[in-house]
Design a protein around this ligand. Structure first.
Ligand code: HEC
Ligand code: HEC
Length: 384
């Protein structure tokens, strides 16, 4: 059985505050009922801070390399704000491929499904209950089980009302026809057991922060690493663990049908970026005195809690998806920041945030996986 550990795999490129606390109205199976506007609004909010579009909306770059405007393509690869290049014409219409390296000889390919209510190529024939089920258990209505990596891998903890709101929001989208290439996987994934509460905790509370990070947003997955098999939470990435807290950047994103790639985030050259150590913001940490508002600013505006050497605000890298978090409600952002301030500092020897490899794909690969690419890897990632 191949390892299913896969790093937070945001690919490509990637609202509105909902009326929190509005009760979820009504029993299940209301597919004939008038849509519940408040529930849809909440679903839209959850979809935004849950960054669904980062994976389920393809970028507007040509399907064939060199087939479109070269300036736009160059900008897409170099602009830190990659979310701006997501295609508004294909919002949540899927089609973003993820190459999975399960081992040096085992690879898979999963492509994000079309979440719009198109009957033939999307979720048009799915009921709300069926969408709730696939979100919380990974089991599709045809019985097939999704391959889950973060954040899908923890949606089983999602509150029923939140899953239902997401389903309603998806059903309210304009249908877009977009046929999706089938996945290839060398094994059958297992379903998850849904164990989320009926309703999500609310307010600027520790319960709310724990819920959001346990059931919807991947703060922990991106900001932690393993040491001797144990998860060191929020201590940032580790160069010896490619599976959490480090991210592959590169020019050869697997965004297009004719091109496969190793990188998960766009960048002109190959690089590996490490998630920051957030425990330094906790009690007794080096940044304990950073005001909560600064942490909220980092989350919602992508500005580092520290100034640069000239005292200017320093933008953080495009891996942290503040473009979606910018719409996070005050109470949620504050609940998360409060939580970070309670962490116990953990020393993480990672000195550099970003390791640059220029055009050296093999070195970046080795850094990420701890071993050089095999011939099978080369074939899977389309490298000579
Ligand atoms: C990191 C990328 C990623 C993010 C973020 C993400 N998804 Fe997915 N999602 C996938 C992939 C990949 C699949 C397909 C897996 C497979 O085919 O085995 C999928 C499958 C699904 C499916 C199943 C549809 C079907 O036809 O099988 C639904 C529904 C879904 N996602 C909803 C969401 C929602 C709602 C969000 C945000 C709250 C979200 N996803 C966030 C990658 C992502
Ligand atoms: C997809 C991965 C990813 C996710 C999800 C993510 N982060 Fe980050 N975050 C990063 C990376 C990488 C950095 C460092 C960027 C840099 O150094 O330029 C960062 C930086 C930060 C910073 C700034 C740290 C500093 O030193 O100023 C804060 C605060 C933060 N993240 C909190 C969060 C919280 C809270 C969440 C959940 C809502 C979250 N992050 C989700 C990857 C992620």
């Amino acid at each position: 059985m191949p390892s299913k550990r896969v790093r937070y795999p945001f690919q490509v490129l990637a609202l509105c505050l909902s009326a929190w606390g509005l009760a979820w109205a009504g029993p299940p199976a209301e597919k004939d009922k008038a849509p519940d506007a408040a529930s849809i609004r909440r679903g839209k909010y959850l979809a935004t801070i849950g960054v669904c579009e980062a994976c389920h909306t393809p970028p507007a770059v040509p399907a064939v390399p060199g087939g479109g405007d070269p300036d736009r393509e160059r900008l897409f690869r170099m602009d830190p704000d990659w979310v701006r290049y997501l295609d508004p014409q294909r919002q949540l219409a899927g089609g973003v491929p993820f190459i999975l390296r399960l081992s040096g000889t085992t690879h898979g390919l999963v492509v994000t499904p079309n979440l719009t209510p198109d009957v033939e190529t999307g979720l048009g024939s799915w009921t709300e209950d069926e969408i709730v089920e696939v979100l919380r258990t990974a089991r599709r209505k045809d019985g097939r089980v999704l391959f889950t990596f973060p954040p899908h891998s923890f949606y089983n903890h999602m509150a029923l009302e939140d899953a239902r709101s997401l389903a309603r929001y998806l059903k309210s989208l304009p249908p877009i026809r977009n046929p999706i290439q089938p996945r290839t996987l060398p094994f059958e994934p297992q379903p998850m057991v849904a164990d989320g509460p009926a309703r999500a905790p609310q307010g600027r509370t520790r319960e709310r922060a724990t819920y959001l990070m346990g059931a919807l947003v991947g703060c922990r997955e991106c900001h932690s690493h393993h040491e001797n098999g144990t998860l060191v939470e929020f201590a940032g990435g580790s160069p010896s663990d490619p599976f959490q807290g480090s991210f592959r950047l590169g020019p050869d994103l697997p965004l297009r049908q004719l091109e496969k790639g190793f990188a998960a985030f766009p960048y002109p050259g190959f690089a590996v970026l490490y998630g920051s150590n957030l425990t330094v913001l906790g009690h007794g940490g080096a940044l304990e005195r950073v005001p909560t508002e600064r942490i909220v600013r980092a989350i919602r505006q992508g500005i580092d809690v520290r100034e640069d050497e000239y005292g200017r605000p320093r933008p953080i890298a495009h891996v942290m998806m503040w473009q979606f978090y910018k719409d996070m409600a005050d109470v949620d952002a504050l609940a998360l920041a409060d939580y970070l301030k309670t962490l116990t500092p953990v020393a993480n020897p990672v000195g550099v945030r970003l390791k640059l490899f220029g055009t050296d794909w093999e070195a970046a690969f080795q850094q990420t996986y701890g071993e050089p690419p095999t011939p099978e890897d080369r074939a899977a990632f389309g490298m000579p």
